[in-house]
Design a binder for this molecule. Structure first.
Ligand code: SF4
Ligand code: SF4
Length: 90
């Protein structure tokens, strides 16, 4: 599942343009219907080959909002990734 945006998201849009693979959508496009931004796990590459740290989490002003989830089969996994449910940027 790559990284996941949690319900502390304030819909500020800081992350969306930072994603190198356009894996993030806003609350209007969130397939779960939640009023928060969303990461498509089948698109997220955990910023491998693009950035040392996931760019979305580096840009997010909300502490702990973007967390690690399970690795998605067939997708890149960051060597520095943490456990599922931990903040991508502490
Ligand atoms: S970790 Fe990188 S590739 Fe994944 S959603 Fe965030 S910015 Fe996009
Ligand atoms: S930067 Fe963080 S708080 Fe802002 S929209 Fe993205 S996930 Fe939500």
């Amino acid at each position: 599942m790559a990284v996941i945006i949690t319900d502390t998201c304030i819909n500020c849009a800081a992350c969306i343009d930072e994603c190198p693979v356009e894996a993030i959508v806003d609350e209007d496009e969130n397939p779960t219907g939640e009023e928060i931004y969303y990461v498509f796990a089948d698109k997220c590459v955990e910023c491998v080959t693009y950035h040392d740290v996931p760019a979305c989490a580096a840009a997010c002003p909300t502490e702990g909002c973007i967390q690690w989830d399970d690795v998605t089969d067939g997708m890149p996994a960051s060597e520095s990734r943490g456990e599922k449910g931990t903040a991508v940027v502490e």
